[in-house]
Each structure stands twice: as structure tokens, then as C-alpha cells.
Design a protein around this ligand. Structure first.
Ligand code: ADP
Length: 420
């Protein structure tokens, strides 16, 4: 393994893994801190997906250090701590505390922070993070329920999360190339900075930064900062050119879609698929009353699967969701659906499904949990940010795990048509 990554949430981990695969590194994503049940893995990069974005800082640190230890034991040459491109955090953490702990554990005095992701319109200029045309603090992130971002200055934001000094590498240096960035980072270190925020407004800047960071033991940032890293390993002769880093072994078998996201994109995708495929709708109120709808859904799927893909969904328009949440409580509504969808996933696999598309971040979490998936090999991209993956261990199942708002209207059909 060359690059060891620690991601603070599941879909962010997949996004990073997708970026690495597209840039020629065979990548495996692990779900949670690896343990005795984790299958043996062989890849150029491994991404450990944690759920540490909004937990208590001490817990995020403990999880991250455990992941680091595992990655180090497997020979990782460089560590990347991945968080959201909107720098989702609070004054208590968890970006600062985790970065501090990783620096200490690695015995390094210096690291960088760069959440820039120009493709998704996250850019950094003079240390200020922009989301599209507005400052982070003027974007919808200022109202985020868990990590409201009310200050766009990443130097200030990170400074409030660490006792170490935070500096800035400005775009002017980045434009001059990797050597200038290295010189600037060296100067900041002489000035006793532990961290440098790195400006970047386009992918070319991320390539320059990647090159400048070839010998930096710990990098922190969004998936964008990974763009330039594979080339370092190739330049050093450690990584062969590979146009097939996304190749997955064929799985055969039957196909199904499970949807739990109620996002506009997913609702459109469901409607699109219903034009050509049989579908079954799960009603949370009925599920809360008896086990019958679950049995019915499984029966329905079994009777139709041989003829082609089936869709099982709970997704509904906001008004319907609101009614269910009022009747059952928000958490219970999600819980009955997610638990039913977990069981349905198990039954689908038992019935011979080997290609499964899941829509919804929490829904995907429930499905991979029910299927006891510990590791995913990352395959070809379906739509931006969403790759096919292959579960490791038995049976091998191709999984496309899509967070709510991702993907075009024909996503389900496109996904199923692109896997063997
Ligand atoms: P997204 O990625 O769009 O946020 P998630 O799967 O993370 O999607 O979240 C959607 C949540 O809404 C899930 O917990 C799901 O179980 C729940 N849900 C789905 N359908 C309904 C419904 N009809 N009524 C209430 N809650 C629902």
C-alpha cells in the first residue's frame, strides 16, 4: 500500500476512493476501523471510512489513531486525512484535534489543510473558502444543523481548533509551481507554523500542490487534494501506469434497486425507473404496525427478479414524509424503513441478486450494515462521485451506493447497464 487514507464519513470516503481510482490507483474502502473480520486487502490506496465528523473530538481522535495504526502496520507511505470540502467542523473539532493527534503519532511537525474541490465549486483564495460564488459563511452551510460554518477564513477556523500556529500559502506561490510552494511551506515552518492552509482555485493548482506534498507525511483536505498524489508515486517509480485501476471482476446474478432517499434527484430517478421496471413501495406506517409489508415486499421481489431488475423504495414526497414523521417520530420512521430495507437486501442476495443499487446515504449505511460488508473494492464511475464497488468477502456483490442528491435522472438504468 502506498497511500493510507482516513475519512471522517462514509460517502466522503467513497468520493476520495473514486478520485484515486480515476487517477490510476487501485483502491479499497474499509467500513470502520478494521478488525479481525476485515478481509485481507491488496491495493495501492486504502481508505478507512469512519463516522467521526460530528462525534465528540476525543472519540474522533481515538478512531482516527486506531485507523492510522492499522494503515501504518500495512506500510502506508503517506497518510491523507479526508474531510468535507466545506470544512465541516466546529470550534471543538474535529479537524484540528484529529490532525494534531495524527501529526503527533506520525512524529511530524508540519501538515497542510486544503479542502478545495474546484470541480464541485469549492475554491480557496487568500485562505477564504468559497462555495460557488459566495463565501462559505454566506452559503447554506451557515445553517447546517450540526456544523454551521459562519467564518470563511480557514486560517481562523482551523486556528480555533488547535493550539499550534496556522499559516497560509497564497495562490501567488501556487501559481509559481511546486518549488515555490515548498519554499513557502518551509518558511512557514521556520515561523513555527504547524499547519498551512493552501490556496487553490482550479485543478491545475491541486496538481501543483500534490507535487509539492510528495514528501509530506500527513496531508489533510477534501478529495481534491488527492488529485496530484498518484503522480508522485509514479514519478518515484512506486506505481505503474494503470488504465484499469477501476476494473472489477464480473459478478453475474440478478439486479435490484433499493431507495430510501427522499431527495429531488432520487424521486426523479424512481419515476424514471418505474417506466420500465416493476416496483414496490414501502409504507413506514404499515411497516410499524406489522411485518406483513416486509413479507409482501420480499415475495414481490422474488416473483419478479428473474425477469429483470426490481425497485423497492420508501422514498416519498415531503408531505408524505412529514405525515409519517409526525405519526411515528422522525427517528422511528427512519428506523422502521432502514431496518426493513436491510432485511430486504439480505433476502435479495439470498435470491441471487449480485448487482444492487442503493439510493440514500443513511439507507446505504443500513444496507451495507445488514450485509455485513467490511470492505469495498472501488470500480468505475457511474456518475460524478458515484462509482460501482465490489464487496469483498462472500458472496461478492456489486454495490452502487449513491447519496441522495447525486446522479442524473437515468442513474439506475445507467448503473445497471454498466456492470457485468
Ligand atoms: P439522503 O442521502 O437523501 O439524505 P438518506 O437515506 O441518508 O438519504 O436519508 C433518508 C431518510 O429518510 C432515511 O432514514 C429513510 O429511511 C427515510 N425515509 C425514506 N422514506 C421515508 C418516508 N416515506 N417517510 C419517512 N422517512 C422516510
Amino acid at each position: 500500500m502506498l497511500l493510507g487514507c482516513i475519512a471522517d464519513d462514509f460517502t466522503g470516503a467513497t468520493d476520495l476512493a473514486n478520485t484515486l481510482v480515476r487517477n490510476g490507483m487501485r483502491t479499497i474502502q474499509l467500513l470502520g476501523v478494521p478488525d479481525a473480520d476485515t478481509p485481507p486487502v491488496d491495493a495501492d490506496a486504502i481508505v478507512v471510512a469512519l463516522k467521526s465528523r460530528t462525534t465528540a473530538a476525543a472519540d474522533a481522535v481515538a478512531q482516527s489513531l486506531a485507523a492510522l495504526k492499522w494503515l501504518q502496520a500495512r506500510g502506508a507511505r503517506q497518510i491523507l486525512f479526508k474531510y468535507c470540502s466545506t470544512f465541516d467542523s466546529t470550534d471543538q473539532g474535529n479537524i484540528g484535534p484529529v490532525a494534531d493527534a495524527l501529526c503527533d503519532a506520525l512524529g511530524t511537525q508540519f501538515s497542510i489543510a486544503c479542502p478545495a474541490f474546484p470541480e464541485n465549486k469549492r475554491t480557496i483564495y487568500k485562505g477564504y473558502l468559497f462555495v460557488g460564488d459566495v463565501l462559505l459563511s454566506e452559503s447554506s452551510m451557515r445553517n447546517h444543523p450540526l456544523t454551521p460554518m459562519t467564518d470563511a477564513s480557514l486560517v481562523r477556523v482551523l486556528q480555533r481548533q488547535t493550539k499550534h500556529k496556522v499559516g497560509l500559502v497564497e495562490l501567488a506561490s501556487v501559481r509559481q509551481g511546486a518549488a515555490a510552494v515548498r519554499a513557502r511551506m518551509h518558511a512557514l515552518q521556520q515561523d513555527s507554523c504547524r499547519y498551512a492552509i493552501l490556496d487553490a482555485t482550479e485543478d491545475a493548482h491541486l496538481m501543483t500542490l500534490g507535487e509539492a506534498l510528495a514528501d509530506t507525511p500527513l496531508i489533510t483536505g477534501g478529495s481534491g487534494i488527492a488529485l496530484g498524489l498518484p503522480e508522485n508515486f509514479r514519478r518515484a517509480g512506486l506505481l505503474a501506469r494503470n488504465d484499469r485501476a477501476d476494473a472489477l471482476a464480473p459478478v453475474g446474478g440478478l439486479a435490484a434497486v433499493i431507495a430510501g432517499s427522499c431527495s429531488v434527484a432520487t424521486l426523479g430517478q424512481i419515476e424514471h425507473m418505474q417506466r420500465t421496471c416493476p416496483s414496490f413501495k414501502l409504507d413506514p406506517m404499515a411497516l410499524a404496525r406489522s411485518a406483513q409489508p416486509l413479507t409482501d415486499a420480499i415475495e414481490f421481489a422474488r416473483s419478479k427478479l428473474d425477469a429483470g431488475p426490481v425497485l423497492i423504495y420508501a422514498s416519498a414526497q415531503p408531505e408524505e414524509v412529514r405525515k409519517a414523521q409526525e405519526a411515528l417520530g422522525k427517528e422511528r420512521a427512519s428506523e422502521v424503513i432502514e431496518s426493513a430495507q436491510g432485511k430486504i437486501a439480505q433476502e435479495l442476495i439470498a435470491a441471487g441478486v449480485r448487482k444492487l443499487v442503493v439510493a440514500g446515504g443513511e439507507t446505504a449505511g443500513a444496507v451495507v450494515g445488514a450485509l455485513k460488508v467490511k470492505a469495498l473494492q472501488i470500480g468505475p464511475q457511474i456518475d460524478p462521485g458515484v462509482p460501482w464497488t465490489l464487496s469483498m468477502g462472500e458472496p461478492k456483490v456489486a454495490l452502487a451506493l449513491k447519496s441522495g442528491n447525486f446522479g442524473a435522472e437515468d442513474f439506475f438504468a445507467k448503473a445497471l447497464a454498466s456492470i457485468k
